[in-house]
Ligand binder design. Structure first.
Ligand SMILES: Nc1ncnc2c1ncn2[C@@H]1O[C@H](COP(=O)(O)OP(=O)(O)O)[C@@H](O)[C@H]1O
Ligand SMILES: [Mg+2]
Length: 517
């Protein structure tokens, strides 16, 4: 059953329930994306688990979110439970071998895994607007804030940095509006209030340094297996927008950072997007279009994206059309919407003359699914009614002690667990401010005030801020507070000058607005 270049999913059955044939996902089509759907309790998570196992064994790193905490067992060896042995027998899996997998646990809150962070600069205005559910006016102001920061080379590390920048924008709204477009003071104020709410919801855990390096979710082990990164998402699901934005950010990072590879023998990474409806629910049209674009283009970077959701109608048609490998578990068909979903799901398959798809979908058992994968030159195989194989790793969660053991021996141990001492950022900002102050003084001698517009940018109390900067350095403040504010303001002043004199080295943003490298 184990074939080179293929991942075994399960075994299909004939109309009389006799074994038909093993069903595979071809690794060379692993980057052609996929879809796992079905009602609650029909077997989606187990299907995700066996696919992750298969990719890992083939040397492909996997990233997935553990929404209910029941996926963590993939890090432990499976146990010979009766119903699993029975399933192995039904599908003809012999020998049925148990195995544990190389797992790296991640957690935005740093409780159930290594911390994951990014900086606001890296996330960009589009995703931040989504995270805040920003109005058009607010989004306009955020775009300007990032423009000011990008053009001035000013790193926005965390929420407090953005608060300071917004303060500055509020205080100088009319002047800045001339240069960047209209900045409404009330929108600035409302964004600041929204940022406070985000902070209270725990989003501040996610912004800061050290930011996640994507190479750390693309690791393989010495024996050639792909690491499975499991994001603890049970707590995160309380804030669905943060969850969806985080996964989008990661997708965007992968897209911006990875080189083109065309169609490789096997994917460079497989990314499972569980609870995918959260990504598209009331998302603005422009964001859906960008996601569609990234999903289409990321294929040639060797990344396969697999959406997991209850209902195929949760995924916009333009995205759905790109998902080549499909596992459809049972759906109910009581309400009209459910009936429509069944029909949509049935219609997307290449029909099998042996059965009526729509009928079978409502009658599938647990851990049973309609399966169609890409074959030949990349066309969908005829749909088959398939019993999914049992997992080789544990079905169910790890204990806390087991999870801690995995974390303790993780290859990224110590890399993300502590917040960076912010000194580095402080110094960077302070230095920039000093340099800009010097340059401005020199320029002042040669240029009229009007040409640089310097007076417009100068904040009261600056110019002799050296002392404040020095004491700030000695005190090494760690979070908010007066010193940080002062240095941010000094940096802001320098940014304003840089922008005013048009010597800024603007950062470039990609499709989803994260930084291009
Ligand atoms: N392939 C399978 N082999 C054996 N048991 C399975 C399989 N798929 C699902 N099951 C059983 O069904 C239960 C529910 O599956 P799960 O994947 O958690 O559903 P969902 O994620 O769709 O809510 C599992 O805990 C397991 O007992
Ligand atoms: Mg599930």
């Amino acid at each position: 059953m184990l074939q080179e270049g293929k991942l075994y999913i399960g075994t299909s059955r004939k109309p009389d329930d006799a074994i038909n044939k093993p069903e595979y996902l071809e690794l060379k089509f692993g980057n052609r994306h996929g879809l796992i759907t079905g009602a609650t309790g029909t077997g989606k998570t187990v299907t995700l688990q066996i696919l992750a196992e298969g990719f890992s064994n083939a040397g492909v790193p996997v990233f997935c979110a553990d929404v209910k905490g029941d996926l963590s067992g993939i890090g432990a060896i499976g146990e010979a439970k009766d119903f699993l042995l029975k399933r192995a027998e039904q599908v003809g899996l012999s020998p049925y071998e148990f195995q544990e997998f190389p797992v790296i646990f991640w957690d935005l809150y740093g409780e159930k895994g290594h911390r994951v962070r990014t900086t606001l600069s890296e996330m960009g205005p589009l995703l931040l607007s989504r995270l805040m559910n920003a109005s058009d006016a607010q989004e306009g102001v955020l775009n300007i804030a990032f423009k000011i920061a990008d053009e001035g080379g000013l790193p926005l590390l965390d929420l407090k940095d953005l608060q300071s920048l917004l303060n500055y924008m509020g205080e100088n709204a009319s002047e800045l509006s001339n240069q960047f477009g209209f900045i409404s003071k009330s929108s600035v104020g409302s964004i600041q209030r929204e940022l406070l709410i985000l902070e209270q919801q725990g989003a501040e855990h996610f912004f800061g340094e050290p930011a996640l390096k994507i190479t750390d979710v693309m690791r393989t082990t010495n024996d050639g297996r792909g690491a499975i990164s499991v994001l603890a998402a049970d707590k995160l699901m309380m804030n669905p927008r943060l969850y969806a934005t985080f996964l989008l950010w990661l997708l965007s990072e992968l897209f911006e950072e990875l080189p083109e590879v065309g169609d490789p023998d096997k994917p460079k990474l497989v990314f499972f997007f569980d609870e995918a409806h959260l990504l598209f629910n009331d998302a603005p049209k422009v964001l859906v279009e960008r996601v569609e674009q990234v999903v289409r283009l990321i294929r040639s970077k060797g990344v396969g994206v697999y959406f997991v959701t209850q209902n195929p109608l949760d995924v916009p048609e333009t995205v759905l059309a790109q998902l080549g490998n499909r596992v459809q578990h049972a759906l109910r068909a009581y309400s009209p919407r459910e009936q429509k979903a069944v029909k949509t799901a049935a219609d997307t398959f290449r029909p099998n003359p042996d059965f009526n798809c729509a009928e079978v979908i409502t009658n599938l058992g647990t851990g049973e699914a309609l399966v169609s994968t890409l074959e030949g030159k990349g066309s969908p195989s005829m749909v088959e009614r398939t019993l999914i194989r049992p997992p080789a790793s544990r079905l169910g969660p790890l204990t806390e002690a087991e999870r801690q053991n995995v974390i303790n021996v993780s290859p990224v141990r110590g890399l993300y667990d502590e917040d960076f001492d912010r000194e580095s950022a402080y110094e960077l900002l302070a230095k920039r401010a000093e340099k800009a102050a010097d340059a401005a003084e020199q320029a002042e001698a040669q240029t009229t005030e009007e040409q640089i517009g310097r007076s417009r940018w100068t904040l009261p109390g600056f110019g002799d801020d050296e002392k404040e900067t020095d004491s700030g350095r000695q005190a090494r403040p760690r979070s908010s507070g007066y010193q940080r504010e002062t240095i941010m303001e000094a940096a802001m002043k320098s940014v304003a000058r840089t922008v005013a004199t048009q010597v800024g080295r603007a950062l470039v943003r990609g499709i989803l607005g994260s930084l291009k490298r």
